[in-house]
Design a protein. Structure first.
Length: 150
């Protein structure tokens, strides 16, 4: 059995929501401005109903976006798989790779630091990998004077 509402269910729900918004608007407007005020100022009822409906619509969209973001982050933060680590015989440096599919920095200090980091963090996430890569690039630029202190 599906939890999805049918078009008929949605139509009935929309009607019930409109009736609820209408009744609440009359009650609230009359409680603020006196009995019968809503009846003599129907534009306030319409404005109230539009405001409540827009607020509800925004809340539902935000809720669904939060669910979507959480679902994406679950997959984004899955631990990466570090592939077998090898030692480059000619340079004596670590040659490590992983399943994160992040473009490595150009050969140099940042690349070497990242290789060591990958070797030491076999269960890292893609987000951690990107952060480490950016950090090592930044450190490498600072060490060669590429970034000036403020």
């Amino acid at each position: 059995m599906s939890n999805q509402l049918t078009p008929t269910d949605l139509m009935l729900q929309a009607r019930d929501s409109a009736e609820t918004y209408f009744n609440q608007s009359v009650r609230i407007i009359d409680s603020k401005f006196g009995e019968g005020y809503a009846k003599t100022h129907p534009e306030l009822i319409g404005d109230f109903m539009r405001t409540v409906a827009a607020d509800f619509h925004t809340a539902i969209l935000n809720h669904k976006l939060d669910e979507l973001i959480a679902e994406i982050l679950i997959h984004f933060d899955e631990p990466g798989l570090t592939l077998p680590i090898q030692l480059n015989q000619s340079s004596g440096k670590i040659a490590a790779s992983c399943a994160c599919r992040v473009s490595p920095p150009a050969p140099g200090k940042a690349h070497d630091l990242l290789q060591e980091w990958i070797a030491g963090h076999p269960g890292h996430t893609r987000k951690q990998h990107i952060f480490a890569c950016d950090l090592f690039k930044w450190l490498d630029q600072r060490s060669i004077g590429g970034i000036q202190d403020e």
